[in-house]
Design a protein around this ligand. Sequence first.
Ligand code: NI
Ligand code: MN
Length: 227
Amino acid sequence: MKATYFGQSCVQLELNGATVLLDPFISYNPLAKEIDIDTLMPDYIFLSHGHGDHVADVVHIQKNSGAQVAAIVETAAWVGRQGVDEAKITSFNFGGTLQTAFGSVKIVYALHTNQTPDGQYGGVAAGFVFKSGGKTIYFAGDTALTLEMKLLERYQIDWAFLPIGGHYTMDVEDAIIAADFIRCKNIVGIHYNTFPPITIDTQSAVAAFEKAGLTLHLPAIGGSLNL
Ligand code: NI
Ligand code: MN
């Protein structure tokens, strides 16, 4: 299985027989200008919440690919208001687990705000726990450090995608504590360096994780990791 990073919090997972795109924000991100969104053909798109830096390209990519879009109820309703076919939208809520062809996806708590681009209530921001091909992958979305993360320990997470940029989300120091809460040593950093307030020193971030006995992976935009 493989993960490809497209900048900000946009990650594509090649899971057991399916391509899953998370939080597409590419064409509006100057750092991701080498990525052609018309080449992306995901089977599924998951949205952690409705902020623009997570949903900007969802409608375009959905129309190209016919992907099934999944999100918490109120954010999913915004996708529907953009003219995406209702049959292609899956809305669910905390406690829920989707069973899909590639495995299961549980929607989990994130400590963040949420509004859709049309100014409507987007529901509560969320993260996702994917179980596929014998691996468990946690995508935290935008979140502060929260004790709720201790509930994820029982899923035996192999890989975690955690925000590290601070200002709007956890910073490096808090993400290291989050990694301890979820008992995961393989962290992939997201939500950093896209805008001035979330710009970090990546070398000292990697060193800080290493000092805590953890590995922080920071693939280049367009770069991949084997999971
Ligand atoms: Ni956000
Ligand atoms: Mn964000």
